[in-house]
Write a protein that binds this ligand. Structure first.
Ligand code: FAD
Ligand code: NAI
Length: 475
């Protein structure tokens, strides 16, 4: 006998668990299946984001930043801290505790919203009258049935050919987040988001970090002016980033990892490191779903093919998050999950892909929403730009962190905000104002005329908006 539901969600990451909660709020009987296990074999919902992604990386970034401050910045505040030591095991244990709080929080939310949680792997059995049979392979196998299925099975780290992850020497994000000691020499392949965040953590803790990046430009998706400013800061910190490289053979042994690579001038080089993190992007995950059995269509990258509303080629089957096209971000997955639950309920769920913010949680933080200057040029849009440096912001001076700037890009004719780009302190929080403004199709003048608290970093946002009209007050 199968257990009947209205909606079955496969995957309990930010896309899946949020979709399940929203569907339950809308009055559906909902099941959510997730297979992630903690070290004791127990359920650990929250997916990549909670277990080996957003949350643990931010926990380690915080700990390592405290260490960096104690070592290098306390003195200027008159605080002497000598013999500052880092207990890596304790830092990692704290990170694990933060992760567990989040796992438990999701289990609590499932109870609160009456979502039935199943711990195990979900796979399609077959299409039946009125929906699909889904098998849960867990401690005990069960068959569930529902008219609507939402797939939110996420993604996995991409390995370099010939250099599989062993999580001992060659690490994915998983191993990178649970190193027991600080490696003397750390190599990273890929200077994308993970490369920069993880490189920052272990550099702050004392590792000599080298990042090998294939592209000739640094952070190609980021506004060029912002990327240049960020690169200057990373260079100053001692994060060694080699651009335009070609990675060759990787040998892993008892003494560590040896990477053969060619630099941008075509010269052969070798990088010998204790540990190597490979962060060259992620691949959509549909392992074990039995997509062939039901004829679910995948694209050439292995992502589930969906339309703009997250409908797959199968009636009543939807897919959201990292397993479909679009940016691999937790908040994008969540927005899609909510929208799909609302569409199932006959509502008009909507995701605005033009206002999805990006944040890189390095120091300085990098955050942006909307189009970059180079995108506007490529699109032939006439625009006005305004920038304001944190150097001229009172709160940034008081904080002792004046790196970077806020940059506004607005339509030359209408003044509508087309993009906001920030590199500097708390960019992750500051970007929200820009997202709200763009969602309401505000003009730069709208932001320039709004009262911002003093002293606050957000005054730099207001001043950058004023700069669009060349009338900054404090610079
Ligand atoms: P996932 O979070 O991957 O969840 C999928 C879940 O489905 C997993 O629990 C998996 O076990 C389960 N599953 C898969 N197949 C099955 C099956 N057949 N049956 C049952 N369960 C199954 N994004 C941000 O927005 N901000 C950040 O700061 C950020 N930091 C990151 C840091 C790192 C190191 C990494 C790797 C990623 C980071 N991301 C960040 C990206 C973010 O983690 C992903 O975009 C997000 O987790 C995608 O959510 P999802 O629900 O689509 O998939
Ligand atoms: P990424 O796409 O951000 O960066 C990968 C980098 O590796 C690129 O710069 C690419 O040019 C380079 N690369 C690819 N192949 C290479 C090769 N053979 N040799 C050298 N360099 C190579 O991917 P990353 O860092 O693995 O992260 C995956 C995704 O996870 C991100 O795109 C993002 O969606 C998500 N994420 C988000 C975070 C955030 O929001 N703060 C934090 C971490 C990850």
């Amino acid at each position: 006998m199968s257990k009947q539901f209205d909606v079955i969600v496969i995957g309990g990451g930010p896309g899946g668990y949020i979709a399940a909660i929203r569907a339950a709020q809308l009055g559906f009987q909902v099941a959510c299946i997730d297979e992630w296990k903690n070290r004791k074999g127990g359920a650990a919902p929250g997916g990549t984001c909670t277990n080996v992604g957003c949350i643990p990386s931010k926990a380690l970034l915080q700990s390592s930043e405290h260490f960096e401050h104690a070592n290098h910045h306390f003195a200027e505040h008159g605080i002497s801290a000598t013999n500052v030591k880092m207990d890596v095991a304790k830092m990692v244990a704290r990170k694990d505790a933060v992760v567990k709080q989040n796992n438990d929080g999701i289990l609590y939310l499932f109870k609160k919203n009456k979502v039935a949680f199943f711990h195990g792997r979900g796979s399609f059995v077959k299409a039946v009258d009125g929906g699909y049979e889904i098998k849960v392979s867990g401690a005990a196998d069960e068959i569930l049935m529902a008219g609507q299925v939402i797939i939110a099975t996420g993604s996995n780290a991409r390995a370099l050919p010939g250099a599989d992850f062993d999580e001992e020497n060659i690490l994915s994000n998983d191993g990178a987040l649970r190193l027991g000691t600080v490696p003397k020499k750390l190599g990273l392949i890929g200077s994308g988001v993970i490369g920069l965040e993880m490189g920052s953590v272990w550099r702050r803790l004392g590792a000599e970090v080298t990042v090998l990046e294939a592209l000739p430009t640094f952070l190609g998706a980021v506004d060029e002016q912002i990327a240049r400013e960020a690169k200057k800061a990373f260079d100053k910190q001692g994060l060694k980033i080699e651009l335009g490289v070609k990675v060759g053979e990787i040998k892993s042994g008892k003494k560590g990892v040896s990477v053969a690579w060619t630099n941008s001038k075509g010269e052969a080089q070798t990088l010998d490191v204790d540990k190597l993190i490979v962060s060259i992007g992620r691949v959509p995950n549909t392992t074990g779903l039995n997509v062939e059995g039901v004829g679910l269509q995948l694209d050439e990258r292995g992502a589930i093919v969906v339309d703009a509303d997250c409908r797959t080629n199968l009636p009543g089957v939807w897919a959201v998050g990292d397993v479909v096209r679009g940016p691999m971000l937790a908040h994008k997955a969540e927005e899609e999950g909510v929208a799909v639950a609302e569409r199932i309920a006959g509502q008009h769920g909507h995701v605005n892909f033009n206002t999805i913010p990006w944040v890189i949680y390095t120091s300085p933080e990098i955050a942006w929403v909307g189009r970059t200057e180079q995108q506007l040029k490529a699109d032939g849009v006439s625009y006005k730009a305004g920038t304001f440096p944190f150097l001229a912001n009172g709160r940034a001076r008081a904080l002792g962190d004046t790196t970077g700037m806020v940059k506004f890009l607005a339509d030359a004719a209408t003044d509508e905000i087309l993009g906001v780009h920030i590199v500097g302190p708390m960019a992750s929080e500051l970007i929200s104002e820009a997202v709200v403004a763009m969602e309401f199709r505000a003009s730069a003048e709208d932001i320039a005329r709004i009262c911002h608290a003093h002293p606050s970093l957000s005054e730099a946002t207001k001043e950058a908006a004023l700069a669009v009209d060349k009338r900054t007050l404090n610079f």
